[in-house]
Design a protein around this ligand. Structure first.
Ligand code: PLP
Length: 365
C-alpha cells in the first residue's frame, strides 16, 4: 500500500496512517462477525455500540478527559459549532467574547453576531494574524457568556502554547487543527470542538468535548433538537444517525496513536517534525521566510513565503512534480504551507526539507 502514495502535506482533509488504511481495507467487506461493512450497518447494532464506545474510551484515555465532561459525536463540521456555541450559550442580554486570531476565528465571531451580542476581546488582525495577541484573562469582563479561542490557526500557522491565565468566564475553543497533537488541560476549558478531518480521521464527524454542568446548567432551552447539545448529550450522540464510518475511522486512529505511545509520544514526534522544517526555513539565508512570528509558530501548519515571490509558482510546481501534495498556501493568503498533522511521518518531512534545500541551491548563485 505504501508504494505509490503521495507525501500529503495538505491542510485538511489530510493523510491517514497507512496501518489505519490497511485495517479499513481488511475489515471493508465484513466487519468482525457482522457480515457487512461498517458503512452498511445500523447505528443501533452491537458492533456500532462497541465502535462508538471504543472511540469515546480512546479519546478519554489519550486526552485524559475528566469524568465530568461528555464526549459528543456530531455532524456539520467545526463550522456548525460556530453557530451552535452561541445558540446554546449566548443568552439574551449577555455578550460573548471572541479572540480573533485568523480566518476561522473571525468566522466564529461573525456567526455569533448573527445569534446575539458578541465582541472581539483580543485580536492579532492588526499584525495580519502573524502572531497571537496579548491577553490578560483577569481583564476580561466577568459577565461574558463565554470567551472563544482558536487553538491553532490553520491558515496563518500560529498556535497558542500557553493559555492566558486568570480567565473567570467559561472558555470555548476550536481545536480543529491541533486536537490530539498535544495534551489538553481540561481545567481550562468548558467546551472544545474539532472537525475530524485533520487529526481525528475523516470528514463527516465533529467531536465536541463539553463539561456536562455547562450544558445542563447554562444551555438555552427550546432550540431545534439537532442544534441542542443537551439533546445530543441525553441521546448518547444518537438522537439521529451518527456518521458511523467516520466514528469507526476515529476509533482505528486512536488505536494507532496508542500504539505509538500516546499523546506524549505524539507531541515529541510533532516537535521533531516541525523543528526540522522550521530549521530549514531559518537556515536558508532568507530564501524561505516564515510567516508566523517565532514565538507563535504552529507545530501543525508551517507557513512561509519565498523571498523572491516570482519564484513561488516554480517552487510549488517543482514540489508537485516531486510528489509533494497540498503545499500551496490557503487561497485567501497565497504563499506556501506545509501541514504536519499526526499522520505525517518524519521521513516525509526529511524528504521535503531536502527538496527545499536543493531548490534553494539551484536558485541561488
Ligand atoms: N476551524 C479551524 C481551525 C479549521 O482549520 C477549519 C477547517 O479547516 C474549520 C474550523 C472549519 O471546519 P469544517 O470544514 O469542519 O467546518
Amino acid at each position: 500500500l505504501q508504494a505509490g502514495r503521495a507525501d500529503n502535506f495538505g491542510a485538511g482533509p489530510t493523510g491517514l496512517p497507512v496501518s489505519v488504511l490497511e485495517r479499513i481495507m481488511q475489515e471493508g467487506l465484513s466487519y468482525q462477525d457482522s457480515g457487512m461493512s461498517v458503512m452498511e450497518m445500523s447505528h443501533r447494532s452491537r458492533w456500532y455500540d462497541a465502535i462508538q464506545a471504543s472511540a469515546e474510551a480512546g479519546l478519554r484515555t489519550l486526552l485524559d478527559i475528566p469524568d465530568d465532561f461528555s464526549v459528543l459525536f456530531l455532524q456539520g463540521g467545526a463550522s456548525l459549532q460556530f453557530s451552535m456555541v452561541p445558540m446554546n450559550f449566548l443568552a439574551e442580554g449577555k455578550t460573548a467574547g471572541y479572540v480573533t486570531t485568523g480566518s476561522f476565528a473571525k468566522k466564529a465571531f461573525s456567526e455569533a453576531k448573527r445569534i446575539g451580542n458578541a465582541k472581539v476581546v483580543a485580536s492579532s488582525e492588526d499584525r495580519q494574524f502573524t502572531t497571537l495577541p496579548e491577553l490578560d484573562g483577569a481583564m476580561l469582563d466577568p459577565d461574558l457568556a463565554y470567551v472563544h479561542f482558536t487553538s491553532n490557526n490553520t491558515i496563518y500557522g500560529t498556535q497558542w502554547k500557553d493559555w492566558p491565565n486568570g480567565i473567570r468566564v467559561p472558555v470555548v475553543a476550536d481545536m480543529s487543527s491541533d486536537i490530539l497533537s498535544r495534551p489538553i488541560d481540561f481545567s481550562r476549558f468548558d467546551l472544545i470542538y474539532a472537525g475530524a478531518q485533520k487529526n481525528l480521521g475523516i470528514a463527516g464527524l465533529t467531536v465536541v468535548i463539553v463539561k456536562r454542568a455547562f450544558v445542563l446548567e447554562h444551555a438555552i432551552s427550546g432550540l431545534p433538537s439537532m442544534l441542542s447539545y443537551k439533546v445530543h448529550l441525553e441521546n448518547d450522540s444518537r438522537y439521529n444517525t451518527p456518521p458511523v464510518f467516520s466514528v469507526y475511522v476515529l476509533s482505528l486512529l486512536l488505536d494507532w496513536v496508542k500504539s505509538l505511545g500516546g499523546l506524549d509520544a505524539m507531541t515529541a514526534r510533532n516537535e521533531v517534525k516541525a523543528n526540522l522544517l522550521y530549521k530549514t526555513l531559518d537556515q536558508s539565508n532568507g530564501f524561505y521566510q516564515g510567516v508566523a512570528s517565532t514565538e507563535a509558530r504552529s507545530l501543525m501548519n508551517v507557513t512561509f513565503r519565498l523571498q523572491n515571490p516570482d519564484l513561488e509558482p516554480s517552487f510549488l510546481a517543482a514540489a508537485k512534480e516531486a510528489g509533494f501534495v497540498g503545499i500551496g498556501g490557503h487561497r485567501s493568503v497565497g504563499g506556501c504551507r506545509v501541514s504536519l498533522y499526526n499522520a505525517v511521518e518524519l521521513e516525509q518531512v526529511q524528504r521535503i526539507s531536502k527538496f527545499m534545500e536543493e531548490f534553494r541551491a539551484q536558485h541561488t548563485q
